[in-house]
Each structure stands twice: as C-alpha cells, then as structure tokens.
Design a protein. Structure first.
Lengths: 569, 325
C-alpha cells in the first residue's frame, strides 16, 4: 500500500465569470522513501496539488472530486481541527523562498520549539534538545549559537536548512517541497537537494518535489509526473520519462531545456498546446541603422573597476565599514559579441552591469566606451548621448514595468526622453516595435498586468530597442520565466545579436543558459573575476578550481532525451 | 547604538531650536501684549516703561537669545497676564492634561489594537463589518462635534456624567490627580473618549490593514503548514510583525493626543495646558505661548526617539548594525 495516494483529484476555483479547474482528475501515489517529482510550467496546477494535500487551498478553491489518502486513511474533506493535527505532524511542507518563510522576529529556537511542543508536547528541555538535534542533523554548524540567532543572520541556503528542520520537527510521513531550491544558488541547491535525498532515505519519508526545473527532477527524483494545464500528461520512473518521453508535451518541454554539453544554434520552441509568438527580426533588421562592428578594438574597456557599499554607518569616518561589491575588475567587451558574466548571488555581477549603465557611480577604475571614458561623465548631455547607446533588460518582468503606465507609453518613454522623434512618428515607431516583438500594436493600449511574464519581457525588449541602442545589458533576463518562455526570449536575444549586430552583456547564474548564449564568459566570485574564457573552452577545460566546482555542481542533464536537438556545427 | 542615540539627540536639539525660532517670529504677528496689559488711561510713558521692562524694545534676535538662555535654565519668564512664573503655571496645569492624555491614549491603543486584530481575523464576519463602518464615523467626525454630542447625550439628556471640569482632585505632592475620587473619574470619561476616539479608529484601521498584509505572508502560511494553532499564528507570529509599522504612527498619534487636547479641553472646560494656551493666545501672553510650544516639541521629539528605540527592541534585523563591530 502506498504512503500517499491521490485518486482522481479535481480542484476547482469558482470565479465570478467561470469555473476554473486548476487540477483535473489527477492520480498520484508516493511510496515511503521515494522522491516523487511534480513538474510543469507555471499554472500547470503543481502547487495546487500540494496545497490540496495540506488542506491549505486558498479560497475560494475547493476539492470538487477525488480522494487523498495517507497510509490508507482518507484525509481530504477532514475538518479544520483534524487537518491541523495532521499538518506538521504527518505531512510537512517546505516552501520556495527561505527568505520569507521564516518569521523574521523570532529566533530559530523559538520557532522550532514552538512547533515541536505544539505537536509532541513535552517539557522545554526536551523540545530544546530535539531542536538542537534537528539543527545538527540538517548540517548547520555550531548549533548551540545558531539556535539563538534570528533568520536574517543566516544565508539563503542555511535558512532553507532551518526550514527543512522545521518540516522534520515531528517525524512526518510525507514532505511536500514546493520549489525548495528555486531561490538558491547552484552550489547551495546541490547541497539542499542532497540533504533532502538523504533524509528521505534515512527516515523513509515520502517526498513530493514540486519544481519547474528539469535539471532538479533529473538529478533528484525517483519518479516523475509531468503536468500540463491541470492534467497529468505523463508519469513514470524519472529515467524513463526523461530519457524516452512518450508524450508530445514532455518531449517539447525537455527539448527546451538548455544543455551544458550541447551548444544549439537556436532553442526548439515548445510546440505543444499553444502557438509560438513570432518575433519579426527580418522586419526589424530592415529598419535598423547599419551597424559596422569594428572588431579591431573592443567596444568596452573596463579597467580596475571597483565599487564599495557602505555597510555600517558611523558618526565618524573610521567607524564606517564598507563592503567591496566589485573589486578591481578588468575586461574588454568586443563589438558584436555576447559577453557572459556568471557567479553566485552577491558576487557583484549586477553591480558591474549597473556601473556600466551609469546607474551606480564608480568608486575606482574606468569604463571606456568606443575610446571615450564614460565612467566619470557628469555632464547630462554627454551622459544621455552615451545612455542612448546602451539599454537594459531586467530580471523581474513584473517590477521593471511601471504598472500605472500604458504599454505604448512605456515603450515610447526612451524615445521621448532622448527626443529622437516627435508627434505621430513616435506612435508609428512604438506600434512597429510592438508588432516586431510579436505582441501586436494593439497591445499598446493595455497595461502591463494584462500580460504574462514572457510577454512582459517582450515589452521590456521593445522598450530597450526603442532608442536603437548598440549595446544591451541583460541582467538575468530569463530566470523568472518558464523553460519554454525562456527559450523564446533567448532566441530573440540571439536574433538581436546576429541580425542587428547588437553587443550583449549577459548576466546569469544559470550555466547551461550561458553556454548557449555567450561567446566569452567571465566567472565572478566575491567581487573578483576569477576566470575569463571563451565559452566552449571554459566548459571543456576550466582553469580555476572555482569554475570547475561550479560546473561540477551544475545539474547533469545527460539522461535527458536529445530528440529533435541539433548541435551547432 | 550609543552613537545612534547621540546623533538623534543632536538632531533633536536642532529641531527644538528651529521650532523656537519659528514660534518666536510668529509672535510678532499675534498682536501687541501692551494693549491688553494697560488700561484705557495709559500714557506713552507707561507704554515705553512697560515695553522696556518686558524687554520688548529690543531687537528680535536678542529677545530670542534671552528666551533660549533662560529656557535652558528652566526659566520661561513671567506670564504677562497672571504675573506669575510660567513654569509654575504649567506645572499646575500639566497633571490635568497628562492624565487625560494617558487615559485616552491607553484607550486608543488597547481598543485600537484589539479591534484591529479582530476585524482582520474575522474579515468576512458581520461584527467586523459593522465595526469598520462605525469606525468611519469616528474618523470623519470632528472632535468638538463628538464632544458636544457626548455632552448632550450623557450629561444633558441622561444626566449621568458631568459636562465640564475635572471634578474633585487630590494633591499628591505637586501633582493634582483626579484618579482617586469618584467625581474625578467620572469627569474623565467623556473627555477621554472624545480625545481618544479618532486615534482609536485610526490605529484600528492601521492594525487591520497591516495584519491582513502579514497574514498573507509566506511565514504565516508556513506556520499554518506546520500545524500551529490559529491563536499562536494570529497573536504571536502575525501580531508582532504587525506592530513594527504600527508603532510609528501610534507614537506620532500619542504626541498629537497631548498637542490637540486643546479642542477637547475647550469643549469640556478641562483645566489643562491646552486651555491655558488658548487663553494665552487671546491675551497675547507670549511667555506662556512660547513655553507651551517648546514643551510640545520636546514631547514630540522624545516620543519619536522612543519609537525608534522600540524598533530596535522589536525588530532584530535592525540590531545587526549595532552588533557588527
């Protein structure tokens, strides 16, 4: 008998206009000690299944039909009190973002002992002992000191360990991990996944691992269920589903995953269940000024760039402490190339991008663009002339568009700011741009919230292209997007480079993506560039220990089917 | 931490100096105190003599400097109207205002937080919706109207509570208190409600919206997923997080309870510093006005400081800065 069985589960969200079926007749079963992956794109209903098991469906969602059984006892439809007894005791949950899932105002000890005593009772001393054991078990060094610290004193990975300790408080039978590593760096992700694997085996806990990351699925799970639009499209042992996908959707999903080992010319688009939005690069190229990329000298020369942030304010200068975000960094960006910067969070990648864009003042060193030093420009006119040539695409397509502005105003803003056109010309240009990025000019009358993440990123691209720049800074442009949308956006960026002669600075923590996109890559660690190489060379033959470590920790996708992929020759 | 307090103190001093300066320069426009002080049969010689006696013939910066010099030593001059030291007058009047402010502040905070939490947790309930609607009235009605309404209902029609004054008071040292006599307590009820109602509804609405925000946070969902009881989640995890932003507004509101007691004190003829100030304005009693304004600004500044220190106490994230040496 399975530990957890879900039979024919349907979850509905009645809205004013219609009934939305988030989960549609889903079957699922988990054995003790097994890690069961639940994979699909956003909106596929993965997290809703997790919430339904926990009895934590957001209102007005409800289980319309089907049963959920835990060790043979039905748990769906239990009342609130009975459900609370199960939550945390029999079934635990690990949330995506360790930065927000711990209460910032209580110490780790308080949060642990509170949960232990709520379920097991017992004296304070017993609860404390158990809390200490748990913290020790999840691999947090120096548990006695760490217990009395607050969540903000832990790094992201350490916090996720605390979250796992909290989930383990009462020896649960089932743990639901909802995107447990999405917010973490690659190296930390590997550690956390290892820990989950270990614990599942050691304690014979059934784990449901919800994720959109095929790499995590391939590396961690025993079985996998692929979901699309609320339905299960395929389920089976991981190696089988990943290696020989039977369903069209699974095939296209796997094909869209960037591979570290295989450089593709273009990403295959997910063809299942929706049409691809066209990106009219030819049309755009016809209207684009002819770019003559002078390859004899670099476009950007960056020399000894340094940035310090005030970390601790002090009344007196010697009381202040600084954090060096970028430390004596030098590199060149050649005209027409895609220059990648990789590194873990906090390594200074984005700070460099912002200094190049002139958003942060430079504390030391110089940035030279086309032979002109731009890092010390203070003259408004000169700065504007420089900025017209560089534009930026940000990571979060939700917060990088002003929600109160109409899309056509958003795209027109750079044109108006730089006074490139006037009157009806602006509208014509904006319509053209929106058509070209595949949204259609009627999109201009809408507001950003009416678009999905991928569409918003297209708006950002249209905005960035409005001034006809020569240089684009892409700061993690796809890390907030689903894998199929990511493939579309990356294809667009590639087109821009190839057909319009744009030069790209591509910042990412995702090594396979960097492998696909970049010509040369700088690897950053703690504000320093530790390695700078041709991309293929870096992946084949890393020179530094840090780079090889990053490559080693990258999810191996060797098991993934390579149907329909053609390597670049 | 210590450096922080020192810096805040320095800022406070600057604020006080500016307030004093603004107040002082305004006094030149409220009228000439000499007019009120001397009767109809004054001569030019009388006027000049009195003006020189009061120091009003000197230029404005000199007057301000003298005021500051004396104020630092706790000497706010002599009231033009009563002919007694201002500090004595204020010391007599302060207990009345402080007791009133304390009671209404206490009411506003406890009731405001309790109702705010209640309406946030029972968002859909009938009671919560009724409270929210009624609270709109509290926010929108002006204080004097509420005062007059309360007097009409409870004093005139029902004849339950006194309509003016403090009732009997008992002296404890230099402090005259109304807490110890029945008539004193009865007299407190109406003014305290009048004064605190607005602050209470404001705090309530603030707590409610903050609480709703916090209840949606991930750590509350995680607490729920760990199977903690609703009571623990609402009153331990959510409420403490709610308090961080609420404290700022509440602190400032407490300051305004004392500062704006003027209106309530006028309506109820409450013998506090607010009433003193109103009378001082009528008679252009500059020393009293100056002292009152300085007193209020000292209070606001210190409340602000306390609020900032409370942040440190509640939110451990702010303490890092102090510890990272």
């Amino acid at each position: 008998m399975s530990l957890l069985t879900i039979n024919d589960l349907t979850v509905e969200f009645p809205t004013r206009r219609q009934l939305f079926t988030a989960v549609d007749h889903v079957d699922l079963s988990v054995e003790p000690g097994e890690i069961h992956g639940l994979v699909g794109e956003s909106g596929a209903g993965k997290s809703t299944i997790g919430a339904a098991i926990m009895g934590l469906l957001d209102r007005p969602g409800r289980i319309a039909s089907g049963t959920i059984k835990l060790s043979g006892d039905q748990i769906s439809g239990l009342d609130a009190v009975a459900m609370r007894g199960l939550r945390g005791k029999k079934i635990s949950m690990i949330f995506q973002d360790p930065l927000t899932s711990l209460n910032p105002l209580f110490t780790v000890r308080e949060q642990l002992t509170e949960t232990i005593q709520a379920h097991l009772g017992g004296t304070d001393a017993e609860a404390n002992q158990r809390a200490r054991d748990l913290i020790d078990r999840v691999g947090i060094p120096d548990p006695d000191t760490r217990l009395d610290q607050y969540p903000h004193q832990f790094s992201g990975g350490m916090r996720q360990r605390v979250v796992i300790a909290l989930a383990l408080c009462t020896e649960p039978d089932v743990i639901i991990a909802d995107e447990p590593t999405t917010a973490l760096d690659v190296s930390v992700q590997a550690q956390i996944l290892d820990l989950i694997k270990e614990l599942a085996l050691e304690r014979q806990v059934g784990v449901i691992l919800i994720t959109h990351d095929m790499g995590v699925i391939a590396d961690t799970t025993d079985k996998v269920t692929v979901m699309y639009a609320g339905k299960v499209v395929e389920t089976g042992p991981t190696s089988q589903v990943m290696g020989q996908p039977a369903h069209e959707y699974t095939k296209s999903l796997i094909a869209a995953v960037p591979r570290p080992t295989l450089k593709l010319h273009r990403f295959p688009q997910i063809s299942y269940g929706g049409r691809e939005t066209r990106f009219a690069i030819d049309d755009m190229a016809r209207h684009w000024p002819k770019v003559d990329n002078d390859t004899s000298k670099p476009m950007f020369e960056i020399r000894n760039l340094t940035k310090k942030f005030l970390q601790r304010k002090g009344l007196l200068p010697w009381d202040r402490t600084y954090f060096t975000a970028v430390d004596d960094v030098s590199f060149d960006i050649r005209a027409g190339e895609v220059f990648g910067v990789v590194g873990e969070s906090g390594s200074g990648k984005s700070t460099i991008a912002r200094m190049i864009a002139g958003l942060y003042p430079v504390d030391g060193g110089t940035i030279t663009f086309d032979g002109q030093v731009v890092s010390d420009l203070t003259n408004r006119a000169a700065l504007d002339a420089y900025r017209k040539n560089i534009q930026m695409i940000f990571q979060d397509p939700y917060s990088s568009l002003n929600p109160r502005m109409r899309v056509d105003d958003i795209v027109a803003e750079p044109i108006r700011h730089h006074k490139l056109m006037e009157g009806s010309d602006i509208k014509r240009r904006v319509d053209e741009l929106l058509d070209q990025v595949g949204l259609g000019h009627e999109a201009g009358l809408k507001f950003p919230h009416e678009f999905s993440g991928g569409q918003r990123q297209r708006i950002s691209i249209a905005r960035a292209l409005a001034t006809q720049p020569r240089f684009l800074i892409c700061d993690e442009p796809t890390s907030a997007l689903d894998v199929s949308i990511q493939a579309q956006i990356l294809n667009i960026l590639k087109d821009l480079q190839e057909h319009l002669g744009l030069t790209l600075l591509f910042i990412s923590h995702d090594l396979p993506v960097v492998r696909q996109m970049c010509d040369r890559v700088a690897v950053m660690k703690q504000g320093k560039v530790v390695e700078l190489q041709e991309t293929s060379e870096l992946f084949a033959n890393p020179q530094t220990e840090y780079a090889s470590e990053l490559l080693r920790l990258m999810p191996k996708l060797d098991d993934l089917s390579t149907d329909g992929l053609e390597a670049e020759t | 931490m210590f450096a922080y307090i020192v810096r805040r103190m320095l800022q406070s001093v600057i604020v006080l100096l500016v307030v004093g300066l603004v107040a002082f320069s305004m006094f030149r426009f409220v009228g000439d105190p000499i007019d009120n002080m001397l009767g109809q049969e004054r001569t030019q010689a009388d006027i000049d003599r009195l003006r020189a006696e009061l120091g009003l013939d000197q230029p404005f910066p000199v007057q301000y400097y003298k005021f500051l010099k004396n104020a630092v030593q706790g000497n706010f001059g002599v009231s033009y109207r009563q002919g007694r030291p201002v500090s004595t007058i204020i010391a007599e009047r302060a207990p009345a205002t402080l007791e009133l402010a304390f009671v209404s502040g206490f009411l506003a905070i406890t009731m405001g937080i309790a109702l705010g939490v209640f309406t946030a947790i029972r968002r859909q309930g009938i009671a919560a919706n009724v409270i929210m609607t009624v609270s709109l009235i509290g926010v929108s009605l002006p204080t004097f109207l509420i005062g007059i309404l309360l007097i009409y209902i409870f004093s005139v029609e029902l004849d339950l509570l006194p309509s003016f004054g403090r009732g009997e008071t008992v002296m404890i040292g230099n402090w005259s208190t109304g807490f110890l006599t029945t008539s004193g307590l009865k007299a407190l009820i109406l003014p305290a409600i009048t004064l605190g109602l607005y602050q209470m509804t404001l705090i309530m609405r603030l707590v409610r919206s903050e609480m709703l925000e916090v209840l949606r946070a991930d750590y509350v969902r995680f607490a729920r997923a760990r199977g903690l009881s609703d009571r623990v989640i609402n009153f331990r995890h959510a409420l403490k997080n709610t308090m961080v932003p609420v404290i700022t507004i509440t602190g400032l509101q407490l300051g305004s309870i004392i500062a704006f007691a003027i209106i309530t004190e006028t309506v109820f003829q409450w013998p506090g510093v607010g009433l003193l100030f109103i009378n001082a304005i009528q008679f252009v009693d500059i020393p009293v006005m100056a002292a009152y304004l300085m007193l209020i600004s000292v209070m606001f500044v210190s409340i602000n400081l306390i609020v900032d220190l409370l942040y440190y106490a509640i939110d451990p994230r702010l303490r890092v800065d102090a510890r990272a040496t």
